[in-house]
Ligand binder design. Structure first.
Ligand code: BEZ
Length: 239
């Protein structure tokens, strides 16, 4: 009998809701199978649809870059396993798009006909569709904590460079205890935490903290060069 699962909306900072599922790469136990590394769980509305096809080809073509950043990928839609397999085979055998061809999707794609997982992760958003998952993205850290959530509507394909930037920025923030400003890329200045005391803030404002530049007492930045960032957050150290 189909389980009646309530729709819930996980939040940033929550433990990733746990589930077991069948995928194109066998069964997975999420997030336990991914503990110790980063993982992106993402949903798409339906197999054999054009925006989703362009997304899967792009994501699969970038899988090595995500792997280099220590991040695995797991997809989901409310289609069944045989539909997933047929669609991924069609992509590999027939689709030549923007210079991408013969693209093999090697990361797991979850079958979720009952919508159990999609409902747990707030991927079913009735104002958009009752029967398809929206384009959700959950970036989950090595402890199984949700660190970033992004939702896109059905009609809008995602920017996968941005998702890679998110993973690298989160890892940089963790590794160096900093924040990353708007449009940050490795090599750009990072934001240092607000000074805990007036004395430190004054020192910074007077330029007495080496390498720290203050635009005002609450907004101070410092340089971390690109090589240092990449050596720390990427396995190969190269962007
Ligand atoms: C698409 O992937 O092209 C798509 C899927 C569902 C609704 C609209 C577009």
């Amino acid at each position: 009998m189909e389980e009646n699962v309530a729709i819930s909306m996980p939040r940033i900072g929550d433990k990733a809701p746990a589930f077991k599922a069948v995928t194109t790469q066998g069964e997975i136990n999420f997030p336990d199978d991914y503990m110790g590394g980063w993982v992106i769980l993402f949903s798409h509305p339906a197999d054999f649809t054009p925006v989703c096809t362009s997304e899967f080809m792009t994501f699969a073509s970038m899988e090595a870059k995500f792997a280099e950043a220590g991040c695995k990928l797991v997809g989901l839609s409310v289609d069944g396993l045989y539909s997933h397999i047929a669609w991924l085979r069609t992509i590999k055998d027939k689709i030549n798009y923007k210079g991408m061809k013969d693209v093999e999707v090697k990361f797991p794609l979850i079958e979720d006909i009952t919508m159990e997982v999609a409902k747990k992760y707030g991927m079913i958003q009735p104002g958009e569709s009752n029967t398809k998952a929206v384009r959700a993205v959950f970036v989950i850290d090595p402890k199984g904590i949700i660190r970033t959530i992004i939702y896109y509507p059905l009609s809008l394909g995602r920017n996968f460079d941005e998702l890679l930037r998110v993973v690298i920025a989160l890892k940089t923030a963790d590794a160096f205890s900093v924040a990353t400003p708007a449009d940050w890329r490795p090599g750009d200045d990072v934001i240092v935490p607000t000074a805990g005391s007036c004395g430190v803030a004054k020192e910074r404002m007077e330029g007495k903290q080496e390498g720290v530049t203050c635009h005002d007492w609450f907004f101070c930045t410092k340089k971390i060069d690109k090589a240092t960032v990449l050596n720390t957050v990427l396995k190969t150290g190269k962007a």
